[in-house]
Unconditional design. Structure first.
Length: 269
């Protein structure tokens, strides 16, 4: 039986002295996490990763890890940020208390995706980036959101400032990413997997499939949502992240209590 559990209830509480690392998706920056950093600061210290312009995901993850304070932290990555979350687990699993994976997947890049990346790079080099992004929005968001001027405007304002160098190097990094399927069963921390019903990049079935391979993962399928959940459903994303943080904090406290009250073994003598 698939171990995935669907989130249905809300847990109230505080996450004391803990850091949440938010990793932006491809061509995005801290603006995509504005709602979450503003509304979650009461329970956790939010840090938005400054993703360097590199064509190597492991090197990017190493640089992101250096931005975190010492000790444990929770990580939430969207799209390319999810690829980096997997890399962080490879680098320092003992430091990750909980993980949230939004509209992402652990699989190798497909041949069709690699072809699209090369085409996109060629378009950017030709100076037609704005028209490319405008046309791509239909693949990024749910049908209900394609006529929502605010959502479309905010997405285009975010991705539109991505430099050609950053665009190209990050495409190359994603194309060369490693297969993270073998590590799924090792991700033992509380894990939240969120997918959009209308995601045209990483479909919901793919997300559900890999979520089933993570012990005790929780899967959320968002209606009226595509590949840009923090733009399309910001309130729901914030609510689910709050619940995930509070539940993982409660589990952490229980584990500490259990360790503190373990009976001391006495040697016979």
């Amino acid at each position: 039986m698939c171990p995935v559990k669907f989130i249905q209830t809300r847990v109230c509480g505080q996450v004391q002295n803990h850091t949440l690392l938010l990793i932006p998706g491809f061509a995005c920056d801290a603006r995509m996490w504005q709602r979450q950093t503003r509304e979650l600061h009461d329970i956790v210290d939010c840090i938005v990763a400054d993703v360097p312009e590199s064509d190597d995901l492991t090197k990017i993850a190493e640089a992101v890890l250096e931005q975190c304070p010492e000790g444990e932290f929770s990580v939430c990555g969207a799209s390319m940020g999810g690829y980096l979350a997997f890399e962080l687990w490879q680098l320092a699993p003992e430091r990750i208390r909980s993980m949230a994976l939004l509209v992402t997947a652990p699989y190798l890049d497909s041949a069709s995706s690699a072809k699209r990346r090369q085409s996109s790079i060629a378009v950017m080099r030709a100076g037609r980036g704005q028209s490319m992004w405008a046309a791509a929005v239909s693949r990024f968001v749910a049908p209900e959101n394609r006529t929502n001027r605010t959502i479309v405007r905010n997405i285009l304002a975010e991705v539109g400032v991505c430099s050609q160098t950053r665009f190209e190097r990050h495409h190359k990094a994603m194309a060369a990413r490693r297969d993270n399927v073998p590590i799924l069963e090792t991700i033992t921390c509380p894990t939240l997997v969120i997918s959009g019903r209308h995601d045209g990049i990483i479909d919901a079935a793919t997300a559900f499939d890999f979520a089933c391979q993570i012990p005790n993962a929780r899967f959320v399928l968002l209606e009226k949502c595509g590949h840009m959940p923090t733009f399309e459903q910001p309130d729901l994303i914030t609510d689910y992240l709050r619940q995930w943080l509070e539940q993982s904090s409660r589990r952490h406290r229980l584990e500490r209590i259990q360790l503190e009250h373990q009976p001391v073994r006495r040697e016979a003598g």
